[in-house]
Design a protein around this ligand. Sequence first.
Ligand SMILES: [Zn+2]
Length: 133
Amino acid sequence: MRNKLHKSDAEWRQQLTREQYRVTREKGTEPPFSGDHQVSDEQGIYHCVCCGAALFENEHKFDSGCGWPSFDRPLGKGSVEENFDESHGMRRTEVVCSHCDAHLGHVFPDGPPQTTGQRYCINSVALDFHPDE
Ligand SMILES: [Zn+2]
């Protein structure tokens, strides 16, 4: 098992923008249709904005119309972890970066049925996009 990355609150605050910090370290949600990655269909890899781990790729992105970038699966097994989340009076499954525990978004069972049936609904601000060369 890989070692987790641990940083102090002060270190995260220094590294991240206020919005990145709010979403990834305080489990916030960016407003729908506000993110940079929502409509882009460029080919490439999405990395964790906190630790740089590769998390999702454009090939698995689909247009869900929900206002956040949506993927039908993570990049690889073990790149993200899923936690049961009962906050805000809803039963959801939280998705976090398996390397640094950054909050990324939630996964819902209403994705494209022809592929995985899963919808990883991820905050743009939690992702750093690296286009293919
Ligand atoms: Zn991370």
